[in-house]
Design a protein around this ligand. Sequence first.
Ligand code: ADP
Ligand code: GLC
Length: 486
Amino acid sequence: MKNILIVSSEAIPYIKTGGLADVAGSLPKYFDKEKYDVRVIIPKYKCMDEKLVPQLKFACHFYVNLNWRKQYAGIFKAVNDGITYYFVDNEFYFAGDKPYNNIYEDVEKFAYFSKAVLESLPYIDFEPDIIHCNDWETGLLPVFLKTTYGSDTFYSNIKTVFSIHNMRFQGRWKMREVADITGLPEHIFNSNELEFYGEANYLKGGIVYADEITTVSPSYAEEITTPEGGEGLDGLMLERRKHLSGILNGIDYSVYNPAKDKYISCNFMSPDKDTNKPYGKEVDKREFQEKNGQKADKNAMLIGIVSRLTDQKGFDLIAYVMDEILETTDIQFCILGTGENQYEGMFHYFQSKYPDRLSVYIGYSEERAHQIYASCDAFLMPSLFEPCGLGQMMAMRYGTIPIVRETGGLKDTVEAYNEYENTGTGFSFTDYNAHDMLHVIKYAESVFKNNKKAWNEMMVRDMNKDFSWDASARRYEALYDRLTEK
Ligand code: ADP
Ligand code: GLC
C-alpha cells in the first residue's frame, strides 16, 4: 500500500474558491483503493462550510516553530465519501472571512500551513510515502522538507509532487520578511532557488525542490515552458522539463450528473435517450428564464458563464462586444461569478441596460452553478489563459455546448465543430480578439437556430464524452509508482 498525502489550501466539500478545490476533493476518490491510501490535508478555516464542521473530530495538537515564532497547531480529522481529511487548526491564521487575503498575510499563513503539515506527520495515524502539494500556497513544503528536515530520518524518504494549477499566482513577497517568517537558510534565497526578481517566490520554491512537477493539462504543460505562458518562470520550467507532466483534470461524475442532479428542476439524459416529453433540459431552460426575469423563449440561445471574475477569464473581450451581441441577436446570458469590481460592475451595467436578456448573480452559489450548467444551450469561456478549466467539462456533461478560446486545457477538451464532417464538441477561436469571439458566438447561434439536428448530435457527443477522473487517476498512480520505485 502506498500512502499519499494531498496538501491543498482548499478542497470540496469543505472550502472552495475555484477549481483547485474540485480537484483536491474529487481526485482522491478515483485511486485504486487496494494500492493507494490517499488522504487530504487542508487548513481549518473559520469560513468553511458550517454544516460540515460537526463532522470534524479533534485528533492532536503540537507547536510549530516558524523561526522565532512558536505557533499552536491542532489537527482535526473527518471522513467524507470514503476519503480521510485532516485539518490544521490555528485561529490566528485561519479565522478570516475568506481563505485568501492580503499577500503579506498569506505568505506567513501558508508558510505556517506547510510547516504544520510536516510537523503533524509523527502525530497523525498516517505516514506518507509521497506528499502531493498544490499551487504556491504549498510551495514551501518541499523546500522545508529538503532543508529544515533534510537530515531527519523520519522525513528523508518522503517524496514530493508539486502540481501547478495556475502559474500566475506565485506567492511573491520581500525576501527578508520571508526569511524571517520561515527561518529557511539564507543561502537558498538565490536566483536558482527561492529568489525571483529580488523577491522570494513560493511557487518557484515548489518547482525547484519537488521531485516531480505536474500541471493540469498537456497544453498548459507546454505553454508554461514559453515566455507567453511561463509568467517569468519559463526558463526554469524548461530546465525542469524532464520532471514535468501535464495530466488533464477530470470532474466528479457523481456530482455533475444531469440524470440525478438534485439542484435542477427536471433531470434529463442525452437527447437521444431522454424519454421525458418535452425534453427535460428544455424544461430547465424555461424555468430558469422565467425565474430570472428573462423572456421564456426556447429559440433564444441561452449562454451561461460561471466563473471567478478575473482578467484570466477573458471578460474584457465580453465587455468590448456585449452591446453588439445583444443588439444584433436575440441571445440571452446568465452570469454567475464573483471577483474583481470592474467585472462585477460591467455585468450589473449590462443587466440594467438589457434586463430581459441578462440574468446576473454576483456571488457564489453551488446550486445556481448546477442550474446554469443544466439550463443553458451554450457555455462561454473565452479565457486569456486556462491551465485546465472545469466549467467547460461540467457544461458538456449537461449537453451545454462550450464556446472557448483555444488555450491550455480548453484546447485539450473542446474539439471545434466541423459542419462538413459533423464532428466536434464545441466552438472555438484562436486569437485573443473580441471580434473573433463575436464571430464564433454568432456562428454557434446560427447552428443552434438553423441546424437543430447537428446541434442535438453535438449535445449527444458532449454528454457521451468521458471527462471522469478514471484515466487521469491512472496517470497519477503511474507517477507515484515511478517516484517510489526510484
Ligand atoms: P478556476 O479554478 O480558474 O476558477 P475552473 O473552471 O477550473 O476555474 O473551476 C471553477 C470551479 O468553480 C467550477 O467548479 C465552477 O463551477 C466553480 N465556480 C466558479 N465561480 C463560481 C460561483 N460564483 N459560484 C459557484 N461556483 C463557481
Ligand atoms: C486553476 C486554473 C483552472 C484549473 C483549476 C484546477 O484555478 O485556473 O484552469 O482548472 O486550477 O486545476
